[in-house]
Design a protein around this ligand. Structure first.
Ligand SMILES: [Zn+2]
Ligand SMILES: [Zn+2]
Length: 135
């Protein structure tokens, strides 16, 4: 059993956060917007109820990457930490968790934008576009 809060943060430790409840979903996103925001070929996300996400130290720097979509990152070291589209939930990068093994992705989304040299993982649910969560 995972005990809460679960914690994470950016590379330089200026921004630290906690999750107070079990995530609703966990996924890998192949979309162009996530790629560009992070500089990575795909990005693992968990979806957390917004009320259970808390910044414990420092502050997110926010960037509106599409209308209504806000991405949060550390303004000092640049680590991508959050994605938010609406008030109900917030997505958090799996790899920024202190223990990134806690919530293995269940699905891959936006496979229609996948790079040819980044193979899909057939053990996960496959979605050509958005799936159960954000990203
Ligand atoms: Zn940082
Ligand atoms: Zn995405």
């Amino acid at each position: 059993m995972t005990s809460y809060p679960v914690t994470g943060g950016c590379q330089c430790n200026a921004v630290r956060y906690s999750l107070g409840a079990e995530p609703l979903f966990s996924e890998v996103c192949h979309c162009d917007s996530c790629r560009r925001a992070t500089g990575a070929e795909s990005v693992g996300w968990l979806t957390e109820p917004a009320e259970s996400f808390r910044i414990e130290h420092g502050a997110l720097t926010l960037h509106e990457s599409s209308p209504g979509v806000t991405r949060g990152f550390c303004g000092r070291c640049g680590t991508t930490l959050t994605y938010q589209n609406g008030a109900e939930t917030i997505d958090v990068t799996l790899a920024s968790l202190d223990d990134p093994e806690l919530f293995p992705p269940r699905a891959e989304i936006w496979l229609e934008e996948r790079l040819s040299w980044n193979p899909a993982n057939p053990r996960l649910e496959q979605h050509e576009r958005g799936g159960g969560g954000g990203g």
